[in-house]
Design a protein around this ligand. Structure first.
Ligand SMILES: C[S@@+](CC[C@H](N)C(=O)[O-])C[C@H]1O[C@@H](n2cnc3c(N)ncnc32)[C@H](O)[C@@H]1O
Length: 255
């Protein structure tokens, strides 16, 4: 593993912001009784530059990232990172105690357009392609707008995640909707339905407000649907012994 100072820093357009990590920390604390019964290993299957390393929990943190330049930065932050495609996870069933991740959102960050960067008016544009500085590796959902390819990829990754998650383990999903041609795309609802279809149970859905910008205010005035919050959604994989569930209140009966 390279030392932190040896890694070439390549910008990432969608790394976990501190505000989201704070909410994830709170939720992990809130549901920590579930984590007593599972391995202390946490996985981010869309690890980026390893924002999960900044969570305040104890225990080993694993990641998968398809782009080597970003994976190297995650490794330098202490995330045990596999460079590869999360549709195939290299761990046995039930190896992870928790999964915490933010997949790509299928929005404008997936644009393939690569501007002439010597023209300063393009410097503010943000996309996976622009920040990486080269075309994305095939299989990177960062090149996919919402559609069949996006859904198929995530369905496969989520199935692998559920396989490597221990019974009773937690799955925390950070996601956001967006509108296209004024119409909301229903991205979070699709992920929730898919994860529930794979057997996970929804425990909590938290809205985290985003700072509104001028553009958002103008769009709202024009009657365009805007989303000014991110979601952090907590699921649990049912345990083999239902008494270990985070949502189980049977302890109260003892007193
Ligand atoms: C929203 S970003 C996550 C950023 C991360 N939370 C962080 O703190 O840096 C999604 C990441 O998933 C990666 N990715 C997309 N498709 C992937 C795949 N099939 N397998 C592994 N990584 C993938 C992208 O390259 C991108 O870095």
């Amino acid at each position: 593993m390279k030392r932190e100072e040896e890694v070439i820093i390549k910008r990432h357009p969608a790394s976990f912001p501190p505000k989201i990590l704070d909410v994830i920390d709170l939720l992990l604390e809130q549901f920590d009784n579930a984590l007593l019964w599972v391995p202390s290993r946490l996985l981010d299957p869309f690890a980026g530059i390893g924002g999960v390393a900044d969570l305040s929990r104890d225990g080993e943190t694993y990641g998968v990232e398809i782009e080597p330049e970003w994976a190297e930065q995650a490794m330098a932050r202490g995330v045990i990172t596999h460079i590869g495609d999360s549709r195939h996870l290299p761990w046995p069933n039930g190896f992870m105690g928790a999964i915490c991740t933010s997949p790509t959102y299928g929005n404008r960050l997936a644009d393939k357009y690569y501007p002439n960067m010597s023209d300063s008016k393009h410097w503010k544009r943000r996309s996976y392609r622009i920040y990486l500085g080269r075309p994305l590796t095939p299989g990177n959902s960062g090149a996919m707008h919402v559609g069949d390819d996006y859904r198929n990829l995530h369905r496969s990754v989520w199935a692998e995640c559920v396989r490597v998650l221990a019974p009773g383990g937690l799955f925390l999903l950070n996601i956001k909707d967006h509108s296209r041609n004024g119409v909301l795309q229903g991205v979070p609802d699709w992920h929730v339905k898919t994860l529930e279809g794979l057997g996970l149970v929804l425990l909590e859905r938290k809205e985290v407000p985003l700072r509104g910008d001028q553009n958002t205010a103008t769009m709202r005035k024009l009657g365009v649907a805007v989303v000014d919050y991110e979601l952090v959604i907590v699921f649990q994989k049912p345990s083999l012994d239902a008494s270990c569930d985070a949502s189980d209140e049977s302890d109260d009966l003892l007193f």
